[in-house]
Design a protein around this ligand. Structure first.
Ligand code: MN
Length: 251
């Protein structure tokens, strides 16, 4: 039976995590190792400056007081004693689309699984007032089923985003491009000191019919293959052509 590691960034008590784990149970032996608290927007962070605690909450469910990436590392080395056959991260409450994937702890966990050599996927659903995890849990399990049957290309993982209403089906997409803007609200704390709060802004996207954002907007489940290599290969010539000087002042 395949071993499936389930993690997330919303925390071990998140309903989306449990719904995903339940949906994956027919496919293999499911182990949950997830952050104790909310670790959203923590990206691919790894905790190196303090000890981590691993706590068994119930059979097959572990909590780590760290990041999703910490969870994957502790799962592989201390809980499963080896790589799982699949890492599934989610279900995140809120899309992880386009350029936002670099902030995402949900995607970060799938990145870490991939780096360590396990097939990995991230599953997110549209932000809603009342969540119904049935469709995203089914979608995550359906993608997991085919990934267990057919290995992913090397160093590649899948980012799955599920629209709120009944979807038409799955669509292969590319990472959309956001026209980035930022809002930082200023306030004053009870001691009279200023504070700043970064707000999530609704921004425009570059039009691209193949983009993940377009797929979910049109009612499809978006599946984007992502890779860890951030090299802008087409810009290597540009860097090689820069007139960079010889090192000076170095013996
Ligand atoms: Mn989250």
């Amino acid at each position: 039976m395949p071993r499936i590691l389930v993690t997330n960034d919303d925390g071990v008590h998140s309903e989306g995590l449990r719904a995903l784990a339940r949906a994956l149970e027919p496919l293999g032996e499911v182990t949950i190792v997830a952050p104790l608290g909310d670790a959203s927007a923590i990206g691919h962070a790894l905790t190196l400056s303090r000890p981590l605690r691993l706590e068994k909450l119930e059979p097959g469910v572990w909590a780590v007081d760290g990041t999703p990436t910490d969870c994957v590392n502790l799962a592989v080395t201390r809980v499963l004693d080896g790589l799982p056959d699949l890492v599934v991260s989610g279900i995140n409450t809120g899309y992880n689309l386009g350029d936002d994937v670099t902030y995402s702890g949900t995607v970060g966990a799938a990145m870490e699984g991939t780096l360590l050599g396990a097939p990995s996927l991230a599953v997110s659903v549209c932000r809603q007032r009342e969540y119904d995890f049935r469709q995203p849990a089914w979608a995550g399990a359906e993608v997991a089923r085919v990934v267990l049957e057919r290995p992913l290309p090397a160093r590649t993982f899948l980012n799955v985003n599920v629209p709120p209403r009944r979807a038409h089906g799955f669509r292969a997409t590319v990472q959309g491009r956001r026209r980035q803007s930022t809002t930082v609200r200023q306030g004053e704390d009870p001691r009279g000191r200023k504070y700043y709060w970064i707000e999530e802004v609704v921004s425009d996207w570059d039009p691209d019919p193949r983009a993940d954002i377009e797929a979910v907007r049109a009612g499809w489940i978006s599946v984007t293959p992502l890779q860890l290599d951030l090299t802008a290969h087409e810009s290597l010539d540009f860097v090689e052509g820069l007139s960079l000087g010889a090192p000076a002042g170095v013996e």
